[in-house]
Each structure stands twice: as C-alpha cells, then as structure tokens.
Design a protein around this ligand. Structure first.
Ligand SMILES: Cc1ncc(COP(=O)(O)O)c(C=O)c1O
Length: 437
C-alpha cells in the first residue's frame, strides 16, 4: 500500500495535491510519503515480533537524510555499503550499535572509519577481507583507538536461485558474493587465526525483488543447519542476518506481505537460537516515492507514438538498466490507473505510447507501449510510481543534467528535503588549468 491516491480526478500524496508540489519545485522531481515509509517499516517489525530482531534499513535503496531520520526515529538500524553511507547515518544521529556494513570491496579507510565509529558488525565477504579487518583492528587496538575486537558476520553463498532479475541475484554460486558453506566452515574452524576479529553471525542475502517465500526457506534452511552444526562445535554465533530482498508491487501485485515472509523465516530463526538481522531496502522505500515528469513533446513516427518527457535515464535508470516496469499515470485523470482500483474506465479512450527521455540513447525510456488516457499532451505531468527505491540514489549527471529535488510529504504539508542541483553546483569541482591550453 502507499499514500498516493486520486481524489476528485487529481493525485494526492497523503493530504497534499501533487499539483501543488509541481508548482513549488517544478519537474522532474521525486516526492516521498513519510507515512508510507513508516507503514512498511512497521509491517516488517510486527511480522517478526515473535523473535528478537533488528531491522537495518538498507541505505542504498534510498539514502536521503530525511528518509533516514524518519526511520531512525521509528527505531530502525541501518545497513551501509560505503564510508559515505556511514557518514549519512552518523549525520542523522543513528545508533552505531545498530549499523551493519556490507559490500565486497570495503577499503582500508572504510574499515578503519567504521571500526572507529563502533558499528555493530561487518558482513564479511571473503577470507582476504577477514585478514584485512583483523590487521586493521589490530593496529587500531595497538594505537588505543578501539578496545574490542571487530565483530563480523560471515556472508555465505547458499547457492539458491531467488527467481529475480539476473543483475540482482546474489546468492548463486556463480555470483561474486559471500563464500560457499564448505569454505565458511573452514574459516570458522580457523577463526583463532584472527585474534582481533570475533565471528558473531552468519549473513545470507540472496538477491533483491524476491516475490516468493520459497527461496528464503531454502537458503535459510541451509544456513540454520550450518549454524546448528557449528554451535555444537562451540562457535558462538549470535546473529542470523537474512539480508534484504523482500519484493514489492510494481505491476502485477505478485509481491507478498511481510507476514508471508515471516511465516517461513520465523520458525527457522527460532531453530537457530539467534537474533535475526534484516536488511530491507526496497520493501520500505520502493512504494514510498514517485517521480514526477512533464511531457515536453508528443511525436508520432512510423506508426508509433512517443511522449517525450523531461526526466531521463540519468534520473531513473531502472527501466533502462533492468527493463523494469513502473506504473505511470497522469496527475490529472478521470480514470484511475489500472492497478489503483482502475482498469480502463468505461467510455474513456486510451492510446499506446512509448514514454521516453531527452537523452541521445535509444535505451533512454521510462516505458514502452504503455496504455495511457488519450489526449495527453505538452505540459501534462505524469507520476512514475514505485520510484522510492533505487531511483534518486542511482541518478547521475549524464548530459550535464542536474540532480532532481526530493520532497517529503507529511499529512497536508510538503517539505523540500533536497533542493534541485544547479548547473553551477554541478560544475563546481571542475577546473581548466591554463597549462593545459
Ligand atoms: C547485502 C544487501 N543487503 C540488503 C540489500 C537490500 O535489498 P532490498 O532493497 O532488495 O531489500 C541489498 C541490495 O542489493 C544487499 O546487497
């Protein structure tokens, strides 16, 4: 569910007519609903209430400070993948004891930064990384900068197919993530080699936008068996981190409510005797945001109809990168979108169009052959739904296009939480030394 609804033929974000936001910040722009973030966070929290758990919101999905601050207020921890994301969490006053740090390529600087900050643990992806963490923690300890050993969760690759897009599949043996269970077992047995590290957990993130519960059952089944075997050998594994990956509705309403994932995960967590760590990103932020874009031109060519809009693949890359589907519907429309209680309204006329951006790449599109109400034209504003996750965070400045503003709505008020970048700001770090000319 989300809080973007049509009333009297116009779209509202919570209690604010979206038209009002367009008047304030223009287009293209991202708009977020505070209530929706909190609703999705709470759904997960309630679904897993039966077991001790920590929800570490995956900052990569939407790292806007206002989003992090709202989730922090609700009690969330955070999953970060870079020194930059860690600074974001520090900036909003996040509790470092609720922060996990993931990623295959953490640098020495990032490891030291996180150790000094006192995060809960690293998700470790390889033996080489474990050795490096041990070395850096040893140095910091010798220098009196830290006292405790570094806590880590070993990321295992359970070789399970999560049945999602290949680019966001991470738990199959051919993927670059984690270590296989056999190697993980060897690492645990040799953990004494790393005196400045304490292996406190096992981590298994198998992919993103997973809309079935079975892959979790399969993967965590293997992980829990592994934990039980190693408990017996007295390896004190305290945390079971199931990663993120819960899918959302983009098009076909196939995704599951949090309670369905909990139905299969909770019994396994009980068997493991561990505290569960969850790293949801998309589930919390995906449906909490929309992107607004204005039609600049309508073009008919070789029997095709193109709506050329002012947002490009640099602003929202998911359709170009993954062939992702985003529901798109005009702000002002008599008929509701098909997935919002709509379905073509009686008597309303529709046409098929490609919705494309202004960038000189054929891959620059938001939708292909999309049925939209007839009569849309220059100046009409479209809402691109489910753009709250992997939207703004994946944006770039290609074609020297500035970053979009981000707006958060609470009740009947909206707040610009990140203003539109100017071209001057975009060029700020560049210089042309005379010596080059
Ligand atoms: C280790 C890890 N945890 C959590 C996530 C968040 O995934 P999602 O947004 O699908 O919940 C990702 C995303 O790729 C990830 O790599």
């Amino acid at each position: 569910m989300d809080s973007f609804r049509y009333k009297d033929g116009t779209l509202y974000a919570e209690g604010v007519p979206v038209r009002k936001i367009v008047e304030d910040v223009g287009t293209p722009a991202y708009v977020y609903s505070r209530e929706t973030f909190l609703d999705h966070y709470t759904k997960i929290d309630k679904a897993f209430a039966e077991v001790p758990h920590l929800i570490c919101y995956s900052v990569k999905a939407n790292s806007c400070l206002a989003v992090l601050a709202v989730l922090n207020e609700a009690g969330a921890g955070f999953d970060v993948v870079s020194g930059g994301e860690l600074v974001r969490v520090q900036k909003i006053g996040g509790d470092m004891k609720q922060v996990v740090f993931a990623g295959v390529g953490k640098t020495d600087e990032e490891l030291a930064q996180a150790l000094r900050a006192g995060i809960l643990m690293f998700n470790v992806e390889s033996e080489a990384e474990l050795e490096n963490i041990d070395r850096i923690a040893g140095q910091l300890k010798a220098d009196g900068e830290i006292r405790e050993p570094a806590r880590v969760a070993l990321r295992v690759n359970p070789d399970v197919d999560p049945k999602t897009h290949a680019y966001i599949t991470t738990g199959k043996k051919e993927n670059k993530f984690g270590v296989d269970l056999e190697r993980a077992s060897r690492i645990l047995q040799e953990a004494g080699r790393f005196p400045n590290v304490r292996v406190a957990g096992i981590h298994a993130h198998i992919g993103s936008q997973i809309t079935e519960v079975k892959p979790y059952q399969e993967s965590l089944g293997k992980v829990v068996k592994f934990i039980q075997e190693h408990r017996r050998k007295e390896v004190p594994i305290q945390y079971l981190n199931s990663g993120g990956g819960f899918g959302i509705w983009y098009q076909d309403r196939k995704a599951q409510p949090a309670s369905k994932y909990a139905e299969v995960i909770v019994p396994l967590v009980k068997d493991s005797g561990c505290t569960l760590v969850l790293e949801p990103g998309r589930f919390i932020s995906g449906n909490s945001g929309i992107m607004l874009t204005k039609i600049v031109y309508v073009k008919e060519s070789a029997g095709k109809r193109f709506l050329i809009v002012d947002a490009g693949m640099n602003d929202l890359v998911r359709p170009s990168l993954y062939g992702a589907f985003h529901e798109i519907w005009p702000l002002d429309a008599e008929a509701l979108p098909p997935t919002r209680g709509g379905g073509p309204a009686e008597g309303a006329a529709y046409t098929q169009s490609d919705i494309v951006g202004p960038i000189c790449e054929s891959g620059d599109f938001l939708a292909k052959d999309r049925a939209l109400p007839k009569g849309l034209g220059r100046g009409d504003v479209l809402a691109v739904y489910s753009a709250g996750a992997y939207g703004y965070v994946m944006a770039g400045n290609y074609n020297t296009r500035p970053f979009l503003p981000e707006v958060m709505v609470r009740g009947d008020k909206h707040y610009v939480v990140n203003r539109r970048q100017t071209v001057e700001e975009l060029l700020e770090r560049e210089k042309v030394p005379q010596e080059l000319l």
